[in-house]
Design a protein around this ligand. Structure first.
Ligand SMILES: Nc1ncnc2c1ncn2[C@@H]1O[C@H](COP(=O)(O)OP(=O)(O)OP(=O)(O)O)[C@@H](O)[C@H]1O
Ligand SMILES: [Mg+2]
Length: 198
């Protein structure tokens, strides 16, 4: 649409300033729509997953955070491409993203390990840091009083897909999160067609 309008704009005589102004208005609305759509789409499925697949996308993410926060991140993953489950992959990617962001923000860690492996018909994810740790039981009590949403959203993502989420942490002992996410073997298109999942 924007290209069409730009072509139109070139055809309109400079003297018709009202039409030109209106066209500029429409084009800036299209710009806003484009960035809004991009924002929504990136929340749904990170494009890096489409471009590289889960393992390579996680490797890139670890590299990026390592560089930004001078952390040493060790990443290990088994080949997980088969069976393929888009929803499980999005969940794992978002959970690692939040776990690493928590480590960068709160842990004061120097070393982090991210391990992804295959367990029966599921993916098992373990993220460990050697930072200052915390008391998870105190955090869950604060959920209603405006505390963060990261831990809760990781748990929800895992449980919505029939998986599990567990935190092991204690002050001065670092933090480990354990996530298991089953493969349901559905891609996004099939999931839309499945009446049980609508
Ligand atoms: N790896 C970690 N090391 C130390 N403390 C942590 C770690 N992960 C979480 N925490 C503690 O748990 C709290 C809750 O984490 P959560 O991700 O839910 O919220 P947040 O990071 O504070 O905010 P948000 O994720 O919404 O931006 C954090 O404020 C922090 O005190
Ligand atoms: Mg957080």
């Amino acid at each position: 649409m924007k290209l069409h309008l730009q072509a139109l704009e070139a055809d309109i005589p400079q003297t018709s300033s009202k039409t030109n102004k209106e066209l500029k208005n429409i084009m800036s609305q299209i710009d806003m729509m484009m960035s809004e759509i991009r924002r929504i789409a990136s929340n749904l499925r990170p494009t890096v997953l489409d471009d590289f697949g889960l393992v390579a996308a996680l490797k890139l993410l670890c590299k990026e955070i390592q560089k930004l926060h001078s952390l040493k991140i060790r990443f290990q993953a088994e080949a997980l491409d088969d069976p393929h489950d888009e929803y499980a992959e999005i969940a794992v990617y978002r959970i690692v993203q939040e776990a690493l962001s928590n480590i960068a923000k709160h842990a004061g860690a120097s070393a982090v390990s991210v391990r992804l492996s295959r367990r029966d018909n599921a993916m098992a994810l373990v993220v460990t840091d050697n930072g200052k740790g915390f008391a998870p039981e105190n955090i869950s009590q604060q959920e209603d009083s405006g505390g963060g949403l990261g831990l809760l959203s990781m748990k929800e993502r895992a449980e919505l897909l029939g998986g599990s989420f567990r935190i092991d942490s204690a002050p001065h002992r670092g933090t480990t999160i354990n996530v298991v996410i089953p493969f349901n073997g559905l891609n996004a298109h099939e999931k839309d067609q499945d009446p049980d999942r609508r």
